[in-house]
Design a binder for this molecule. Structure first.
Ligand SMILES: *[C@@H]1O[C@H](CO)[C@@H](O)[C@H](O)[C@H]1NC(C)=O
Ligand SMILES: *[C@@H]1O[C@H](CO)[C@@H](O)[C@H](O)[C@H]1NC(C)=O
Ligand SMILES: *[C@@H]1O[C@H](CO)[C@@H](O)[C@H](O)[C@H]1NC(C)=O
Ligand SMILES: *[C@@H]1O[C@H](CO)[C@@H](O)[C@H](O)[C@H]1NC(C)=O
Length: 191
C-alpha cells in the first residue's frame, strides 16, 4: 500500500469516529431535553396565608361557628410552558365530611416556571351542614382551635412550545386550624 493510501484510510477512520461522537452527543442532548424541558409535570396548588373575618361562635347551647376566610391560593407551575386552568371551587370541610363553605377560584393561568397567587373568599358556617356531632364540636370550640380541611381540583392544560398540550389536574388538600381567641389561621399541612 502506498503511503498516501494509508494516510487516507487513517483520515477516513478519524472522520467516522467524529460522526459517531457527533451522533452520541446529539442523542444525549435530545435525551436531556426530553427528560427536563419536555417532561410535563402536574402543577401543585396550596393555601398560602389565610386570614379570618367576621368570626362568630358559641360552644354552648347549639354549638356553631361561622367566619369568612380570606385565603391566598398559590398555583405552582414547574413546567417550561404555561398552565391554564378552568373556573373551579374550593370547599372547606369540618370533621372530614361536613362541607361548611365554598369559595370560587376564577379561571386563570400560571406562567412557565412561575407561581400564580389568587385571593379566594370563603364564607364558612357550621349551621345546617351536618356538623352535627355537637359534643365533639363543643369540645373543639372550647379547646380554642377548630380544624378545617380545604379541597380543590384545578383542571387545565399545560402548553409547551405553543403546540404541545397536555391535560393536567392540580389538586389541593390542606389542613388548617382556626385559633378562635387569636383570630388567626395556621396552615398545618398541604398534601
Ligand atoms: C353571632 O351569632 C349569634 C347567634 O346566631 C347572633 O345572635 C349574633 O348576632 C352573631 N354575632 C355576629 C357579630 O355576627
Ligand atoms: C391552636 O393551634 C396552634 C397551631 O397548631 C397552636 O400553636 C396553639 O397553641 C393552639 N391553641 C390552643 C388553644 O390549643
Ligand atoms: C370538595 O372538593 C373536592 C375537590 O374539588 C371534591 O372532590 C369534593 O367532591 C368536594 N366535596 C363537595 C361536597 O363538594
Ligand atoms: C387529604 O389528605 C389527607 C392526609 O393528609 C388524607 O387522609 C385524605 O384522604 C386526603 N383527601 C383527599 C380528598 O385526597
Amino acid at each position: 500500500m502506498l503511503e498516501s493510501e494509508k494516510f487516507k484510510s487513517r483520515q477516513n477512520r478519524k472522520c467516522f469516529a467524529y460522526i459517531i461522537a457527533g451522533v452520541v452527543f446529539q442523542t444525549i442532548i435530545i435525551l436531556v431535553f426530553a427528560l427536563t424541558v419536555m417532561r410535563i409535570k402536574t402543577p401543585s396548588v396550596r393555601l398560602g396565608s389565610v386570614t379570618v373575618d367576621n368570626l362568630n361562635y358559641s360552644a354552648s347551647g347549639s354549638p356553631f361557628f361561622s367566619m369568612t376566610l380570606n385565603a391566598e391560593i398559590a398555583v405552582k407551575n414547574k413546567n417550561f410552558g404555561h398552565f391554564k386552568f378552568d373556573h373551579s371551587t374550593a370547599n372547606v370541610s369540618y370533621n372530614g365530611n361536613a362541607v361548611v363553605g365554598y369559595g370560587d377560584i376564577i379561571k386563570g393561568r400560571a406562567k412557565a416556571r412561575k407561581t400564580k397567587k389568587m385571593r379566594v373568599t370563603i364564607d364558612v358556617t357550621s349551621i345546617n351542614t351536618g356538623a352535627s356531632d355537637t359534643a365533639k364540636l363543643s369540645n373543639e370550640l372550647n379547646s380554642g382551635n377548630v380544624t378545617l380541611t380545604s379541597l380543590a381540583r384545578l383542571r387545565g392544560k399545560v402548553t409547551l412550545m405553543k403546540v404541545m398540550k397536555k391535560k393536567k389536574t392540580a389538586e389541593m388538600n390542606c389542613t388548617m386550624t382556626v385559633d378562635l381567641k387569636g383570630r388567626a389561621v395556621h396552615i398545618l399541612d398541604c398534601e
